[in-house]
Design a protein around this ligand. Structure first.
Ligand code: AMP
Ligand code: MG
Length: 403
């Protein structure tokens, strides 16, 4: 049995970033950026009015109230040819370029119009209601670094600087195989000794959220040749494989035997972890194989601790790890010290502090209990109890209900 960190280090050491491809902007959301994004111009590209009103010279308003002569009007998208001389103002609309000579905008609600004159009751300060040219980005500046996941805000940046196409990590595809003679498809009615396969759909969802394509390989009964042929097929076609079930010490636990028979190299077979102890990692011709325990909660915990960081490295993400936070435990709990635990928990904020409590949970098969968690409460190895009021480390479930 090896500690969690050691297992994580082995996994990360044995996966490498995949190649790149160029995609149209409309298809870039959710992908991992692989190029630095530079501003191709100042943004905004001109001093821009952020209010409807009058562009003026601030010094003209020092002795307000003042009357200024309105010499023209400028709307968004319109160029104003002359400049604003002392004693003059130009009517201006939001988004328009502030004419030369003017250095402030007074909003229309605070002015009075009398024919060709506008009256300002108060002085305005230089720069008021103007966004300065280049205040958001200077031409040539890097505005997005490679390794981030492209979301709606990044799409806006790419669009603003003219990136009609963008270089991203190529698609990664993993095969997903459930093993177990007790399993039936979601649409089937299980016999009294069967259960539905929930691991394939949950891993499919995990991969989708991680920006990786899942290729379902169905259910393999606990049969060596069936498992072996599914593994071979997956490794021929995809970038790697997720298998669940069949990795414990039972008679029907044949996944490790099948992996050996394919020629894959197993790096470790057990991690000092609860839930998720039987997690195994193997490589076949550079392709990672993650063999996850069959229990549904173990599947999700080992996905977060080992598979997700590996996928993030393959995609070229800047950070592999999910952020941890610290919270105050609100109830005493007992713990067996041999393994580190990641316990289904609920985190919340109150009065500026973060709290955490366990959710009622019947163990690593309790997928219903786990669905009430928004976090994992980490109890280190060597610890036999945690008392209410103590601080503990917490991993927020990336899909958890928002806090
Ligand atoms: P195993 O790791 O094969 O010993 O399985 C451990 C437990 O998880 C057993 O109770 C299995 O029935 C259950 N299990 C295994 N695979 C799945 C699956 N795909 N969906 C739901 N439960 C499963
Ligand atoms: Mg099994």
């Amino acid at each position: 049995m090896i500690p969690v960190e050691e297992a994580q280090a082995i996994v990360l050491r044995n996966v490498a970033p995949v190649g790149e491809e160029t995609v149209p902007l409309a298809e870039a959301v959710g992908r991992v950026l692989r190029q630095p994004i530079r501003a191709d111009m100042d943004l905004p590209p001109f001093d821009r009015a952020v209010m409807d009103g009058y562009a003026v010279r601030a010094e003209d308003t020092a002795k307000a109230p003042v009357r200024l002569r309105v010499v023209g009007e400028v709307l968004a998208g319109m160029a104003f040819s002359s400049s604003v001389a002392p004693g003059e103002a130009v009517k201006i609309m939001t988004g328009a370029a502030v004419p030369t000579g003017a250095d402030a905008v007074e909003r229309i609600e605070k002015t009075e119009r009398e024919g060709e004159w506008v009256i300002l009751r108060e002085p305005v300060r230089v720069g008021q209601h103007i966004t300065r040219r280049g205040s958001q980005a200077r031409e040539g500046e890097i505005v997005l670094e490679p390794g981030i996941r492209i979301g709606p805000a990044e799409i806006a940046v790419l669009a603003a600087f003219g990136y009609a196409t963008v270089r991203v990590a190529r698609r990664v595809t993993l095969g997903v195989l459930s093993t177990g003679s007790e399993l039936v498809e979601v649409g089937a009615r299980p016999s009294p000794v069967q259960i539905r396969d929930s691991n394939s759909p949950t891993l499919h969802a995990c991969l989708t959220m991680a920006g990786v394509a899942a290729h379902p390989l169905g259910i393999a009964a606990d049969d060596l040749s069936r498992i072996e042929s599914s593994i071979r097929l997956a490794l021929e076609r995809f970038d790697g494989l997720l298998i669940t079930g069949g990795v414990s010490m039972g008679e029907a636990d044949l996944v490790k035997v099948a992996l050996h028979r394919t020629g894959a190299r197993l790096f470790f077979e057990r991690v000092r972890l609860h839930p998720g102890k039987p997690f195994c990692f193997a490589l076949f011709e550079g392709k990672p194989i993650f063999a996850l325990p069959g229990n549904p909660v173990s599947v999700l915990v080992t996905f977060l601790l080992f598979v997700l960081p590996a996928l993030r490295r393959m995609l070229g993400c800047r950070a592999e790890w999910l952020p941890l936070l610290e919270a105050t435990v609100t109830e005493d709990l007992q713990h067996s010290p041999e393994r580190r635990s990641y316990l289904p928990a609920f985190v919340w904020f109150a009065e500026g502090r973060t709290f955490v409590r366990r959710v009622p949970w019947e163990g690593s098969s309790d997928l219903v209990g786990f669905a009430r968690a928004n976090a994992l409460l980490i109890v280190p190895e060597g610890v036999t109890s945690v008392k209410a009021g103590e601080r503990a480390r917490v991993l927020l479930l990336p899909w958890g209900e928002s806090l």
